[in-house]
Design a protein around this ligand. Structure first.
Ligand code: HMG
Ligand code: MG
Length: 307
């Protein structure tokens, strides 16, 4: 089995993790946490979101966070942006990269950003155009690629339609989101085989959720097909808004354990990452749900101690 030697992990915990946490963290704690993440070897951190603060109050301090962190050379600090108003705020804070987002399914798009898919394109095209004028790279998330909480199955043709429009408008990288964590390895294989006819693998990232325990298996399939960019959230932070009690984003620490065990390089120091996970766990005052953190919290890993 030929696998890539090196993988890029895009840490989304400070944005995708915190947006799904009920508890509000202080701006100082977010800044301290992101500074610690910057010392782990990560090359990309999505630090916050410039959506409407009423929709995601947990991230209403996005500008203060972006302005307050110590920016380390070689790291891209990105943020989510839904429209021109959000972009204006993000540019004012001097964000490095802009992440736009929309869904492959109509009803999720409507629920998430209050617009139909067709109405969303001109809004995002404007964001892309201004971001490009400002020389900012643009990443385009497509949510509900593998299934929608409202509509169920989502056809890959719908994903391709959205992807083609975003790429035509100038998006640099597409992140394919399994927003509700329903994807399984054979589905991932089918979708990736279809998608690779439309877009080079280097421009695709995979954003898996572990709601049903399939995220790492899905990553392995993507690796086997030559995909090398993955989004994940430290400690599995973020839960799932559509499945109470379930985990959401794939945990960065669990992904690292698998990749490093397979001798796939990430440039990330697992111990430093764990220390950043412990920091945020102490601030949220609840155990993080990644497998690595569960083992740590139970203080029961004889294997790790003897390795
Ligand atoms: P809307 O209410 O339709 O906005 O919300 P609007 O354009 O009609 O404007 C209404 C008012 O909001 C105006 O103010 C605007 O200026 C203001 P007024 O004139 O009434 O005083 N406004 C803003 N203020 C600050 N920042 C802004 C902004 N935009 C408008 N950016 C909107 C539309 C898109 C803004 C809203 O629906 C929204 O913020 N939605 C975001 C929800 C969200 O963040 N969801 C989670 C995203 S994560 C995700 O989708 C999945 C992903 O993680 C991948 C995965 O996990 O699968 C990416
Ligand atoms: Mg996510």
């Amino acid at each position: 089995m030929k696998l890539p030697d090196k993988v890029t992990i895009k840490e989304v915990g400070p944005r995708d993790g915190l947006q799904n946490e009920k508890q509000m963290l202080s701006t100082e704690d977010k800044i301290e946490w992101i500074n610690r993440l910057s010392e782990t070897g990560l090359s990309y951190i999505e630090v916050s979101s410039f959506v409407h603060p009423k929709w995601i109050p947990q991230l209403s301090d996005a500008a203060e966070v972006v302005k307050g962190i110590n920016r380390k050379e070689g790291i891209t600090y990105a943020a989510l942006v839904p429209n021109a108003k959000g972009l204006e705020r993000a540019l004012e804070a001097s964000i490095d990269e802009v992440s736009i987002f929309m869904s492959a399914s109509e009803s999720h798009n409507q629920k998430n950003i209050n617009k139909s898919i067709e109405e969303t394109f001109p809004v995002l095209e404007e964001v892309i155009q201004i971001a490009k004028q400002e020389h900012k790279p643009v990443r385009g998330y497509i949510s509900t690629v593998f299934g929608c909480p409202i509509e169920g199955a989502v056809s890959t043709d719908k994903v391709i339609l959205v992807m083609d429009r975003l790429l035509e408008a100038g998006v640099d990288e597409i992140s394919l989101g399994d927003t509700i964590g329903v994807a399984h390895p054979s589905q991932v294989e089918d979708v990736l085989k279809y998608i690779q006819r439309h877009v080079p693998k280097e421009r695709i990232a995979l954003h898996f959720h572990n709601t049903r325990g399939t995220a790492l298996a899905n990553c392995l399939v993507a690796l086997q097909h030559g995909y090398t960019t993955f989004d994940s959230s430290i400690g599995g932070l973020g839960g799932c808004p559509y499945a109470n009690g379930a985990t959401g984003n794939l945990a960065t620490d669990d992904l690292l354990y698998m990749l490093h065990g397979m001798e796939i390089h990430t440039n990330i120091d697992s111990e430093k990452l764990q220390s950043a996970a412990l920091f945020i766990q102490s601030k949220l005052q609840k155990p993080l749900l990644s497998h690595q953190m569960q083992i740590f919290n139970a203080k029961g890993d004889v294997y790790e101690k003897n390795r």
